[in-house]
Design a protein around this ligand. Sequence first.
Ligand code: GLP
Length: 263
Amino acid sequence: MRVIRVTDHAEVSALAAELLAKFIAEHDEVVLALPTGGTPLGMYNELVTLARTGALDLGRATVFNLDEYVGLPSDHSQSYASYMRRHLYDRAEFDPTKLHIPDGNAEDLVAACASYEGRIAEAGGLDIAVLGIGANGHIAFNEPGCGLNSRVRVVRLSDRTVLDNARFFDDPRAVPRHAITMGVGTIRSSRALMMLASGEGKAAAVAAALEGPVTTRCPASAIQLHPSAVVILDEEAASALRVRPWSKEEFLADPHAPQFLFL
Ligand code: GLP
């Protein structure tokens, strides 16, 4: 696990996009898992800019979203399907046949979960999963208490997560209580992980995830067990860590450390 600290959210976004663009450029076919939330927005803007200048071909990328709400129409402004279209897919040249999101409106949700896990396997598995982290230590929608080998399934959201995500909804009571999420096991099966966190509100969760015990109480702590993970934090998100993270300059310049752990 390589933990890198930069100054602020803009630098988190720029470095994440730089590493992801390099990863995509160096693979003929690449299978990504991508997150939603406020944290990755800057990274998506940077990726769109790189694609528009011709420096990045996003058409080769197969993308699986980490999660989706259950029961929210896919054209609802806060569905993760809408989020991905608005912030990424409609702004760059993707191959629409390679974009996947769990079907939170399926009549048979159990079958929809199995089908999603199956599609990831058919695509050859995830090459890199980009993750945010919830203030309670969740990744995707894997809430505290979930199994660290869990696979794609329907979960009930914690009160904390519903409250945190209510800021995106006009009517806070409209936040769904359930979601389909990749499991911690699905995420751990990815060949590489890249976690991003920004802001003081994430400091305690980041410290628990990176320096606490690996425990279901903090699903993000599973990242410690991954052989090829990069974590990019801004100063505030890194503020509760006791082990000093790398600076971006150290990370990029160290001749003895692979610049991209996951290559
Ligand atoms: C949601 C998503 C997570 C994301 C988290 C943090 O709950 N399901 O994948 O990491 O929010 O979001 P933010 O980046 O807005 O803090």
